[in-house]
Design a protein around this ligand. Structure first.
Ligand SMILES: [Zn+2]
Length: 398
């Protein structure tokens, strides 16, 4: 807002009135900045390539992070912070952090020190409240001596006739997914099912697996599909459990990508020429070739969607034998993890965690094993029906 001040007498009163209003609107902010923020808790999540430290806060904050060497440590400075009792000092089996220390840096600044085992690269950001947590400060630590993205990514060699299955347990870390009445967490249930599926896949001589998440940590959706491509996956299965505000909602469902989701995705890939070139055979794409690349990419996506539907149908048929179905046909939606243009992909909703009966079932290792077996049998059916038509040639460049 811009106010142009005049000088006439009657504008004087208006000026006073406006100043008064500005004064009133500033008051609460000034007051808020001088009250303290409490740091209520601290959590550590270990991912294979980084560690995430999360601080629970009573409100949004100003913070500053500094890195020191000799000995390696980082300091998180927070203005007007109060530390709750019981914040951990110790951390077990972490590759980066030795311990936490807390103290006053100056009159207004509270300092949290992370004593380190080795030099790190740090990324930090704040998060607004969600269903489970309030305000948070997230600090990610990466190995300083390891490159952020390996320069040469050498995908595992393809072995003829071996089908690679990317298994994607939904959510993880701070992202709990859906919750049941008995506090059953989706992230935990789907990881157990995924591990059981991995066991079945790895036992099979013509299959091999790649897990997009192996433990309790957060993996972004795009990163999951990227991992699948890197692993040269032929099929992608994402595993989830649903929730709905009506606790009577129940049943399993299988999803593939919707046509709308598919066409917006081909546009995205085309916008990134290197990605698109990768998909249409490694040739570089100039502007003039955009149309051709677009057509090829559309064809590729259509074929992938067709295979996804076939694959989803087989899994749904097997799920019907062990669970009540929420929808009797394969559903289509624009889920990000299903968007690989060249990997037939499905998402299995294994049941409603918000339904007390299904919550109990989802928690039982018996049902978890049944679901894993159903998905496994669906994979086998699809492979035997399509032979290897859906697989990319062994020379396919990734
Ligand atoms: Zn989910």
């Amino acid at each position: 807002m811009i106010i142009l001040w005049g000088s006439s007498e009657n504008q004087y009163f208006m000026k006073q009135a406006i100043l008064f209003l500005i004064g009133i609107s500033l008051l609460p902010q000034i007051a808020a900045s001088s009250t303290s923020v409490s740091v209520k808790n601290l959590r550590v999540w270990n991912a294979p390539d980084h560690t995430r430290v999360v601080l629970d806060l009573s409100s949004g904050i100003d913070h500053r992070i500094s890195t020191f060497s000799d000995p390696d440590r980082i300091a998180i400075d927070i203005k007007n912070a109060r530390l709750s009792k019981g914040i951990p000092h110790e951390v077990k089996n972490n590759p980066y952090i030795k311990r936490f220390r807390y103290g006053k840096y100056s009159k207004n600044i509270t300092r949290i020190v992370l004593d380190l085992k080795k030099p790190v690269r740090v990324k930090s950001f704040t998060l607004k409240p969600n269903a489970v947590y309030g305000y948070r400060l997230v600090v990610d630590l990466f190995d300083k001596n390891k490159r952020a993205v390996p320069k040469v990514i050498r995908p595992p060699a393809r072995r003829p006739g071996i089908v690679t299955i990317a298994i994607d347990p939904g959510h993880g870390g701070e992202d709990f997914g859906a919750s049941g009445r008995k506090k059953t967490r989706e992230k935990k249930i789907v990881l157990s099912i995924a591990k059981e599926l991995k066991r079945l896949v790895d036992k099979d001589p013509v299959l091999r697996s790649h897990m997009t998440r192996k433990g309790d940590y957060y993996v972004s959706l795009r990163r999951r599909t990227k991992q699948a491509r890197r692993a040269n996956a032929d099929l992608f299965v994402s595993i989830h459990a649903d929730a709905f505000r009506r606790s009577s909602a129940r049943g399993a469902a299988v999803y593939t990508l919707s046509n709308r989701g598919a066409s917006s995705e081909t546009a995205r890939w085309l916008a990134n020429k290197e990605n698109a070139a990768d998909l249409v055979g490694g040739a570089s794409i100039s502007d003039r070739e955009d149309v051709v690349a677009g057509v090829l990419l559309d064809m590729q996506m259509d074929k992938t969607l067709e295979y996804s539907l076939g694959f989803g149908g087989q899994v749904l048929k097997e799920m019907r034998k062990i669970a009540k179905l929420h929808s009797k046909r394969v559903q289509q939606a624009s889920f990000v993890v299903l968007k690989s243009p060249d990997i037939p992909s499905i998402l299995v909703e294994t049941g409603f965690i918000s339904n007390p009966y299904e919550e109990r079932k989802l928690k039982s290792s018996k049902y978890q094993k049944q679901v894993a077996r159903a998905i496994y049998r669906g994979i086998k059916q699809f492979i035997s029906q399509e032979k290897v038509a859906f697989m990319k040639p062994a020379s396919a460049k990734r």
